[in-house]
Ligand binder design. Structure first.
Ligand code: TPP
Ligand code: DXP
Ligand code: MG
Length: 640
């Protein structure tokens, strides 16, 4: 490596071995360049910025010390991995982040050998890391396994389950707790307070001594026995911590922005071969080094594209409210009138709009941290005592609480209201965050009522309907992003449960639409009308219970039926087909086509791009209608 100071160090790294040739004394400078490169890229792409900026020095130190990719480095959630991507051969594609065919916004196994475990959902890293450590023991392939997990992610049940298992294991796993005292919003809960106490009881002025002490004492002590080493570590940090009680060798806290503090400790961990897990507590700042301070109360967690000179963010131009805010405003109105309404979020107060409700009713909104399973059963407990809980979760994260939903809510027929945000494709977050399974996984459950508003006015009515419906569990699913811009009603209506509506009648073909695909169904029907084909359109409103009168109407008055939903196969249209078949409504020769999302994982793209790929946008629906309208009764001409 040449020693000229003008060439950026980052330009000298085309493979990971180049990083390891840089003198240690230059690593802090490399970190500064990496931080700048991360900011430059995200200014162009938008995305998760704050978490990555907080781990720049840690990223440099980890790749410098450990032999990645042979040593396994796992990033929890993966939203902080942009600097890691830049250092591990993806710098030339970093401006493609989160776009079609570009780099994923999370770690992804098929993207790089440096991503040994994919993520997007939180709190999986300790479990996955322990699995890898055990596998490497069983296969006699010694390697280090390092899991980096944030303080927010540490609140989830999975993290505790994994620590419980790891703490009793002889396999060697290094867990780095990246404590920036932030989740997306302010962190919550007893563990968060505990971590704050740990930090304040060990202020940084003693950390240098700690590093010196660790580096001088570790090797000799550790070589004796693992158990003895654990005691030494306890002495070194002077805290009989929860982690050490769970069987971890607990080291820290360290300043995670000081490469000179990180290197000696990491080298020690690399070079000593103890059994059992280690937890290294590093303290960092989310958004560290962002040039435009104080712009965001969420420490730049996720940002739109911005001007790198002025910091001005690219905002959407529209005046149309998004579904989340329509939901939140409706719930506020309802909560003003009904004191039994309470709401629960699992670490997404702003994402679900519950922050607005909390501002009005602080004691009736509960942020339980990243703990979806608990959120669901906590809501069930409240419902069992006569409250009206709205459990507001993203569709993709509700997947975490599925057994609780069945066992604790549905089986006991408790009136928990699930407000399922980000239902459908979500765009840049890609396959890990797609909310496209909920109709399938909810509609198979007895007693469940599932409402799917086709626009923001319908959402208002459906919030009121959820409040009024107290006979059992119900769900309300709505997508990410803006509504269609329709007029909003002054008064919310309570809708009859399980009743859809005919939007327009037609001649021969009918569409049965579920949810917000309705707009594109109507556009496709309009396009067909121009060609002289009058297509009927119905809005199902409910995925469950099915409107059997509406189904009978469609099946007996039309010869061809297209069912459209923004959900995986096995959802609404599958249930409609079952009903039609079992009630002889297909026997007349009704030709049916099901337009669901395809049976594949749809990667990151714009939402429009994802819908187009799936063929359920207006153009795709029009293609289906054209094909079906020319199909003979035998269906032979009806291929797309
Ligand atoms: C199961 C699950 N629930 C919620 C989220 C949404 N989420 C993504 S990052 C994040 C905050 C994580 O905080 P932390 O682990 O401390 O990382 P930081 O962003 O502070 O670096 C949340 C709530 C998620 N990805 N997965
Ligand atoms: C990393 C993560 O899980 C969240 O930050 C998620 O990306 C938020 O999605 P929204 O932008 O739709 O709120
Ligand atoms: Mg954090």
């Amino acid at each position: 490596m040449t020693d000229d100071n003008k060439t950026p160090l980052l330009d000298k790294i085309s493979a990971i071995k180049d990083l390891r040739r840089i003198p240690e004394s230059d690593l802090q400078r490399l970190a500064a360049e990496l931080r700048h490169e991360t900011i430059r890229a995200v200014a162009k792409t938008g995305g998760h910025l704050g978490a990555g900026l907080g781990v720049v020095e840690l990223t440099v130190a980890l790749h410098y010390v450990f032999n990645t990719p042979d040593d396994r480095l796992i990033w929890d959630v993966g939203h902080q991995a942009y600097p890691h991507k830049i250092l591990t051969g993806r710098r030339d594609r970093i401006e493609t982040l989160r776009q079609r065919d570009g780099l994923s916004g999370f770690t992804k196994r098929d993207e790089s050998e440096f991503d040994p475990f994919g993520a997007g959902h939180s709190s999986t890293s300790i479990s996955a890391g322990l699995g890898m450590a055990v596998a490497s023991d069983l296969q006699s392939t010694p390697r280090n396994v390092i899991a980096v997990i944030g303080d927010g992610a540490m609140s989830a049940g999975m993290a505790y389950e994994a620590m419980n298992n790891a703490g009793a294991s002889e396999s060697r796993l290094i867990v780095i707790l990246n404590d920036n005292d932030m989740s997306i919003s302010q962190p919550v809960g007893a563990m968060s307070s505990y971590l704050s106490r740990l930090i304040t009881s060990e202020p940084f002025h003693s950390i240098r001594d700690l590093v010196r002490e660790v580096t001088s004492k570790f090797p000799a002590e550790i070589e004796r026995t693992a158990r003895r080493a654990k005691d030494v570590a306890r002495d070194l940090i002077g805290v009989n911590s929860v982690f050490s009680q769970l069987g971890f060798m607990h080291i820290g806290p360290l300043d995670g922005h000081d490469v000179n503090q990180l290197l000696p400790i990491l080298k020690n961990l690399r070079d000593t071969h103890t059994n059992g897990p280690v937890l290294l507590h590093v303290v960092t700042e989310k958004g560290h080094g962002h040039p435009f301070k104080d712009q965001s109360h969420e420490k730049y967690h996720a940002v739109p594209k911005f001007d790198i000179i002025t910091g001005t963010q690219q905002k959407s131009a529209g005046n149309v409210p998004n579904y989340t805010s329509v939901f939140a405003n409706s719930l506020i109105k309802a909560a003003e009138a009904d004191s039994k309404i309470v709401a629960i979020t699992a670490a997404m107060p702003s994402g679900t709009g519950l922050d607005k409700l909390k501002a009005k009713f602080p004691s009736r909104v509960f942020d339980v941290g990243i703990a979806e399973q608990h959120a669901v059963t906590f809501a069930a407990g409240m419902a069992s005592e006569g409250m009206k809980p709205f459990c507001a979760l993203y569709s993709t994260f509700l997947q975490r609480g599925y057994d609780q939903l069945i066992h604790d809510v549905c089986l006991q027929n408790l009136p928990v209201r699930f407000a399922i945000d980000r239902a459908g494709v979500v765009g840049a977050d890609g396959a890990t965050h797609a909310g496209i399974y909920d109709v399938a996984y909810l509609s198979c459950l007895p007693n469940m009522v599932i409402m799917c508003p086709s626009d923001e006015a319908e959402l208002i009515h459906m919030v009121a309907t959820s409040v009024a419906y107290d006979d059992g569990p119900s769900a309300l699913r709505y997508p990410r992003g803006e509504g269609v811009g329709c007029e909003l009603p002054d008064e919310a209506e309570i809708l009859p449960i399980g009743k859809g509506r005919m939007i327009r009648e037609g001649d021969d073909i009918a569409i049965l639409s579920l949810g917000t695909r309705l707009t594109d169904c109507l556009a496709a029907a309009d396009a067909m009308a121009v060609q002289g084909v009058n297509v009927a359109v119905a809005d199902a409103r409910f995925a469950k219970p099915l409107d059997t009168d509406l189904l009978a109407h469609l099946a007996t008055n039309y010869r061809k039926l297209v069912i459209v939903e923004e959900n995986s196969p096995g959802g609404f249209s599958a249930h409609v087909m079952t009903y039609l078949a079992n009630h002889g409504l297909l026997d007349t020769g009704l030709q049916v086509r099901l337009m669901t999302l395809p049976d594949i994982y749809i990667e990151h793209d714009s939402q429009a791009g994802q819908l187009a790929l799936a063929g359920i946008d207006a153009a795709g629906i029009e293609r289906m209608l054209t094909s079906l309208s020319s199909a003979s009764a035998s269906g032979k001409a009806s291929t797309l």
